[in-house]
Design a protein around this ligand. Structure first.
Ligand SMILES: Cc1cc2nc3c(=O)[nH]c(=O)nc-3n(C[C@H](O)[C@H](O)[C@H](O)COP(=O)(O)OP(=O)(O)OC[C@H]3O[C@@H](n4cnc5c(N)ncnc54)[C@H](O)[C@@H]3O)c2cc1C
Length: 415
């Protein structure tokens, strides 16, 4: 018998799923039965999205009862089932392997994070989807397709937003394990950050800037480097923060990864520790991507409209993502600056301020984060995606009956 449960809400509680139920198959045979008998179905993974991308007008399916497996095969790692980066990382580290980057938290699922283009920071680091080398995707008839880089669907399916079917396995590129030292600094002037973003973001392996767009006490540069304390931050006046770190108006409570000492990549690249609640918890997130070449101008226009959204803001984080070749990627064929907002958990208030930011960034070919809140209409989203028609054609071929489509895909992509 296939178990069922209530769909509940997203991790932060900002979106209550409209789906009727979550089906919980316990193996691939039961999963095939679930998909083959569904009229409409979406996958719910670790629920760390802030919109209805994962929702369904009918049922959801979760892989949480399926067996999991993490296997290093040559220079790749293959994960099967609902596996998080927190579960994956120590297994590959034990075999001397690493991923090229991680997001700010390891609690998220590999399949869900890569399906939405989740990223960390670094001018030479692509998003986490750029490490995907193959996917096993179960279609609406219960058949599994191995979609590797030679497959015609690959550049669409690697950031597939769940539109191709149920991803039952993901293979990621790995590299030899490495050590990272991180430190967070206050005292770097906003004008130095916004005036020379190449120097700041290109200074080390991964650089994040936290800001509330006005109060210098909230401006913080968080650096993750291969070679200890980097000179460039201190040359810009940066001073390491003490133990009591806070991110803008979020006071973190013993939940961040160790600073000031070297450690294996997976213990330093995420800001938040796997054993603690990340970020604030009571929040909504939004993120926009603009070409890195336009960073100065884009930062200036957001700063100009910041008074209009200040009451909603907990903190912003600025990061960079290297270009890739995935059709729905915010970094498709362009290096990008990622402008992130952590908001108070007030849906109406947040939806009220987003249009002014989106209008300010519109001249920069702005693309939204697929897993976060945005109000850009579908035609504006599609206008920036040069390969959207190729994506739609591949998704229709993979799912001709439209079983894996939902309101989000119809509204934003016209699928
Ligand atoms: C505190 C916090 C910090 C965050 N930090 C970052 C960050 O640093 N960088 C960043 O880019 N994002 C960040 N995010 C956003 C987050 O990484 C993305 O929204 C991601 O999609 C979450 O994945 P999930 O599996 O938890 O989400 P879910 O909502 O469960 O799934 C996401 C999407 O993937 C699909 N999906 C999931 N599993 C499968 C599957 N097996 N087969 C087919 N489709 C599937 C779902 O249908 C849905 O459309 C953060 C979120 C939170 C809450």
């Amino acid at each position: 018998m296939i178990h069922r449960r209530d769909p509940g809400a997203t991790w932060s509680g900002n979106h209550r799923y409209r789906a009727t139920e979550v089906l919980l198959p316990s193996d691939l045979v039961e999963l095939a039965e679930v998909v083959a008998s569904a009229g409409t179905l979406r996958v719910q993974a670790t629920r760390h999205t802030f919109n209805d991308v994962a929702d369904s007008g009918a049922a959801l399916v979760s892989l949480e009862r399926l067996p999991t497996r993490v296997e290093v095969i040559g220079d790749r790692v293959r994960v099967e089932g609902l596996v998080t980066f927190a579960q994956l990382a120590p297994v590959i580290e034990a075999e001397g392997r690493a991923l090229h980057n991680l997001g700010s938290l390891p609690h998220i699922s590999v399949a869900g994070a890569t399906a939405t283009g989740t990223h960390g920071s670094g001018v030479r680091n692509g998003n986490l989807s750029s490490a995907v080398r193959a996917l096993d995707i179960m279609d609406a008839d219960g058949h599994t397709h191995h979609v590797d880089q030679a497959h015609a669907w690959f550049p669409a399916a690697a950031i597939g937003l769940g539109a191709f079917g149920v991803v039952t396995a993901v293979e990621l590129q790995t590299e030899p394990s490495y050590q990272v030292t991180q430190q967070a600094y206050t005292g770097v002037a906003w004008d130095d950050i916004a005036g020379d973003p190449e120097r700041v973001f290109g200074g080390s392996r991964s650089v994040s800037v936290f800001t509330t767009w006005g109060d210098p006490a909230h401006d913080m540069v968080w650096v993750k480097s291969d070679d200890g304390a980097p000179d460039w931050v201190e040359e810009l006046g940066g001073r390491p923060v003490g133990d009591d770190i806070h991110l803008g108006r979020i006071r973190t409570v013993d939940n961040t990864t160790p600073r000031g000492t070297p450690g294996p990549w997976h213990t330093r690249l995420p800001h938040f520790r796997a054993d603690a609640l990340p970020s604030d918890g009571d929040e909504i997130q939004t993120e926009y991507f603009v070409p890195l070449a336009s960073a100065r101008e884009a930062l200036a226009v957001v700063k100009a409209v910041a008074p209009a959204f200040d009451a909603q803001l907990l903190v912003s984080e600025l990061r960079t993502v290297a270009a890739d070749e995935l059709w729905l990627s915010p970094a498709y064929q362009r290096d990008v600056l990622a402008i992130h907002f952590t908001w108070r958990n007030d849906t109406d208030g947040v939806l009220g301020v987003l249009p002014s930011i989106e209008a300010a960034l519109a001249p920069f070919d702005v693309r939204p984060h697929w897993g976060k809140a945005f109000t850009m209409p579908g035609n504006a989203v599609r206008a920036t995606l040069t390969r959207v028609d190729d994506f739609l054609a591949a998704a229709r071929e993979a799912d001709p009956r439209g079983v894996f489509r939902n309101d989000f895909l119809r509204r934003t992509l016209g699928l």
